[in-house]
Design a protein around this ligand. Sequence first.
Ligand SMILES: *Cc1c(COP(=O)(O)O)cnc(C)c1O
Length: 386
Amino acid sequence: MIRYGQQDITQADIDAVIDVLNSSNLTQGPNIPLFEQSVLAHVGAKHAVAVNSATSALHIACLALELGPGDWLWTTPNTFVASANCALYCGAQVDFVDIDPLTYNLCPKALEQKLIAAERAGRLPKIVVPVHFSGQPCDMVAIHALGQKYGFKIIEDASHAIGGRYKDEPIGNCRYSDITVFSFHPVKIITTAEGGMAVTNQEELATRLSLLHSHGITRDAKLMARPMEGPWYYEQVALGYNYRMTDLQAALGVSQMTRLTDYVQRRHAIADRYGRLLADMPVTLPWQHPDSHSAFHLYVIRLQLGALTRSHLQVFEYFRSRDIMVNLHYIPVHTQPYYQDMGFKLGDFPQAENYYREAISIPMHPTLSEAEQDYVVEVLLEAISQ
Ligand SMILES: *Cc1c(COP(=O)(O)O)cnc(C)c1O
């Protein structure tokens, strides 16, 4: 079976985790700061907080930016539900901005139009969450400029995008955002089994993220309300959570980070090869903006259904019947029953909905062999030539 995405675990990864099992700190050991430093060195931000998932990172990023009841967070409908749910955790409300039909990312023009209307209605968002879909960065210059004009904060959901670049700088340097969030779920670019990280250049935000990820507790005298009472002393100064990463996970992360550049290179080689092999087929290939160097978490093709006899569902099922576990990213979040109950309707974000009717994520991961890739192409050809 060929999966759309999967982790690569080496003997060095296994050894790194076993070393932690043999050490005295299974959690909150030396690998946490090592992993944070390793990611910071790669992405070029100043502060990092490792957490147990990107979902947790999104939650505490919203809290650090003081999102609460009465506030709005806007994101793209073409994302995993976590990019939107984080607002609901904080008691805030969610709205969406339709996608650019070329990049499948949040469309800055649609964002501007929605902001103009929201300003008139007195309902401007407090936070906008652009998602670097498939690893291709959003138009951050445009989104950042709108943030300056309309006064919203920006959390980049870079769950797909560690190792990618925007305008020749690493995604995650927070040049155009307040906080960037990464996921280390096994299908993502690097993995810690479960895991995530929030990075920022703002020291005050880093302090808040750090408090929030561990019960709101501090052992730093500078953050305390009262003088230290002794060496045992700590204070709870905010309401936080237990969102900590374990040292086992961080050790795996440190080991995986040594291969990040190779992984992204390999993903580009696979994408280039798909580009050549699929060039003449009735499918739309992932268009790459010239400012972007995608991390290529996903390789999404769009079926040109007018040129096919099989339906989208039939092509999808044909792949699965031939042991190719294709997937679909994403069911537009606003069409989920939970969101429909909040008042969103089919038709609200037509570009994301049209995309959903045609998209298939075909296998893309660094261990995909050329023979496997050839088989994927062969099966696609069979699927569309009937
Ligand atoms: C995977 C993913 C998340 C959630 O990541 P977890 O680490 O599984 O919590 C959030 N946003 C996007 C875009 C994702 O792909």
